[in-house]
Ligand binder design. Structure first.
Ligand code: BDR
Ligand code: CA
Length: 317
């Protein structure tokens, strides 16, 4: 099994990415770091514990990650996209005797060290916690197998500003640390993930299946994705479904050979102003010096994505 350490701001597409892992069974989650982002860090922690409780996956260690970005700017949350609690219309309630233990992110490397070389880091949110670990334990970070990041946009437009994508814009200082110091980094940017659309028809088909299996995880998919689609259909007129930004990282991890990638010299704007948080690649044949080169996903096979998504969720967990 592939071992994964997840960082995320468990919102809707983060949670669907986690469900995807649970349904596919070829990945082991060795830990989850809860970051502020779509909602507050407290809500993200609570959401992860709720998902553990609903799914029966009690053994996954959960770490309390960042509450604010390295920029010091107060975080902006997105209840209009992800719901007031981050899970669409669902109000997560955990029985009081089920409160699950939470680790400090400071202890993360120590806890996972024995298998660090086999672990891929996958980030689904702001990079504040991961960048903090780079600051504290830079040498150890090279020991990880690989880092896969959902974030940035390497062609126009952004989503949170005309130029910037939410995960990079939320903490450009943190994203800059990862771009500067990470080795073996793959970035899956917004300009790619925005095409990973799941249609209401696909969601309906999955829901009908789980009405029969009565799987509580499977039954969360429809309310969450319908909520998400309400946002997307009213803000992106004519859009055919909801983009599974975060889930595409897991799809890439499972079958990287099906994705078109390129090694590109990349950079991010960290000075305040209109372009704050904008990421860009130098596409010129002779790129500027001093940019770090990373693996950036350019394209994926949408039909294959759709088929795999349906196959995954149209089975018992
Ligand atoms: C990213 O922002 C969040 O809304 C999503 O969860 C995803 O990680 C897309 O820009
Ligand atoms: Ca996310």
């Amino acid at each position: 099994k592939k071992k994964v350490l997840l960082f995320g701001d468990f919102g809707i597409d983060d949670s669907i990415a986690l469900f995807y892992i649970w349904f596919r069974k070829e990945i082991e989650v060795v830990g989850i770091v809860a970051d502020y982002g779509n909602v507050s860090r407290e809500k993200v922690l609570r959401n992860i514990n709720y998902l553990k409780y609903i799914s029966g996956q009690y053994d996954i260690p959960v770490f309390a990650g960042a509450v604010i970005p390295l920029t010091g700017i107060e975080p902006e949350y997105f209840p209009n996209v992800h719901g007031p609690e981050g899970l669409g219309p669902i109000i997560p309630k955990i029985p009081s005797d089920m409160e699950l233990p939470i680790h400090y992110t400071e202890d993360l490397i120590t806890i996972i060290k024995p298998s660090i070389q086999d672990i891929t880091i996958v980030t689904l949110g702001r990079l504040s916690s991961l960048a903090s670990i780079f600051i504290w334990q830079l040498d150890e970070m090279d020991l990880f197998k690989e880092i896969i990041v959902m974030g940035g946009a390497f062609f126009y437009p952004g989503n949170v500003t005309p130029l910037a994508e939410a995960n990079f814009y939320g903490d450009p200082y943190a994203a800059n640390i990862i771009i500067r110091y990470a080795k073996k980094l793959t970035i899956i940017p917004l300009n790619v993930t925005q095409s990973a659309l799941v249609t209401p028809e696909m969601v309906q088909q999955i829901d009908e299946f789980h009405q029969k299996t009565k799987d509580p995880v499977g039954l969360m998919i429809k309310p969450m994705l319908n909520y998400y689609y309400t946002f997307y259909s009213s803000n992106y007129p004519g859009i055919l479904g909801s983009p599974m930004h975060d889930l595409l990282t897991i799809d890439y991890l499972i079958r990287p050979q099906d994705f078109k990638t390129s090694h590109l010299p990349i950079n991010i704007v960290v000075s305040r102003g209109t372009a704050f948080g904008q990421s860009f690649a130098d596409y010129r044949p002779k790129p500027a010096e001093g940019y770090n080169v990373h693996n950036v996903v350019l394209e994926f096979d949408y039909d294959l994505f759709k088929r795999t998504f349906l196959e995954t969720f149209l089975q018992e967990r």
